[in-house]
Design a protein around this ligand. Sequence first.
Ligand SMILES: C[S@@+](CC[C@H](N)C(=O)[O-])C[C@H]1O[C@@H](n2cnc3c(N)ncnc32)[C@H](O)[C@@H]1O
Length: 437
Amino acid sequence: MIPAARISAAIEVLDDIATRRRPAPDALKDWGLAHRFAGSKDRRAIGDLVFDALRHKNSSAAVGGGDDGRSILLGLFRRHRGLDIAAIEKLFSGERFAPAPLTDDERAVLSADPLAGAPDFVRGDYPEWIAPNFARVFGDNVVAEMQALATPAPLDLRVNTLKAEADHAASELTAAIGRAPERPALSTLCLRLPLEPGSAEPHIASTEPFLKGHIEIQDLGSQLAAEFAGARPGQQVLDLCAGGGGKTLALAAAMQNHGQIFAHDSDRRRLAPIHDRLARAGVRNVQVRTPRPNSDVLDDLEHRMDLVLVDAPCTGTGTWRRNPDAKWRIRPGSLAERNKDQALVLETAARYVKTGGRLAYITCSVLEEENTDQIAAFLKSHPGFQMVPPQKVVEAYEQESMNILGPAVRLLSNGLLMTPLASGTDGFFVSVLTRTT
Ligand SMILES: C[S@@+](CC[C@H](N)C(=O)[O-])C[C@H]1O[C@@H](n2cnc3c(N)ncnc32)[C@H](O)[C@@H]1O
């Protein structure tokens, strides 16, 4: 397909997403099925255009003069891909499969600069209804933070220290994919592959270091969140919301396979992949506690855990750079639902923490309603728990690494926050509490 034809296809897909309120991957898949002549490069290019348009939907719509697919793409090319009007006219030529030529109105709109006085939610590309929530957490920095949350994320890998040393894993990876990973300063165990525009992400899961269990795919923010929980070799640890086991694997490595981790999730389907992942990673200290109907599979753990990790269900606002479709699909009702889940899961977690033990609460959301508010409410109703000052949580980790985390994490009233802008990671909140009685 010629580039202009890919633009026509992206317009069609964006309109389909908007009119039928469909997830972007579904709309792209259907387009591919209906246009089987399109090759993999075409489909990737169309997907890139669609996801880029979703990342920058509000600002592109403002620059393009409308919120239909065509206007959004016009705005995207002008504002985010740096094309001048002459270059855009070449793509929008109306010839063969290209989109129709620009109208006089469109030319005029594209020549203006409507973003200067635009509201924050337009410049920062997020839904208007949730603007007060982002203003609450980011204040005057909200546009910069939200723009960073709209920028594509690199692919982060965690070196599995149960099986490999970081330098060795980095060389293996370089040999496998033909390029060397970056080594972010915040962690010696993270190998980072920045996105290469126009090319597909390397298929890590088929590389030798992955198959040998030397590396895991995990955002650096998620890696650090697991570190901040502070699991130590020999401890008894409950990973209450283990899902597919991303944090469980990191905890097992931090514990050097010593002690015991109990991995649980209320949804057995989400837990299912954990078995293969544990085996590949050489983890030997995890018992998977899969839920069973009419049975409490955790009752023997009450009041016994040194650490309970709550990787809570959340809206996932911190992961929007990986999933730009999600930001337009979130509804006020889903935030309220997640808040209920979070209160419930914290309540449940408290039962298993022994006196002197810790409860680590993590979300991949940046919203105070899911983070500091939840912890404040929990502390109020559970006087036997105390907050570990977030500064101490960071210091405990820094003793073992470099003294550079400080500026990269924001210390909030009862937890710490990582964001793409501050930390170069997905958005993550971590709060650590101790049980005193
Ligand atoms: C953020 S995800 C966990 C991700 C996982 N820890 C990882 O690192 O890959 C949240 C998980 O919480 C689970 N969950 C929700 N409510 C729960 C509850 N009341 N008890 C246990 N798990 C729950 C969900 O099924 C979901 O898998």
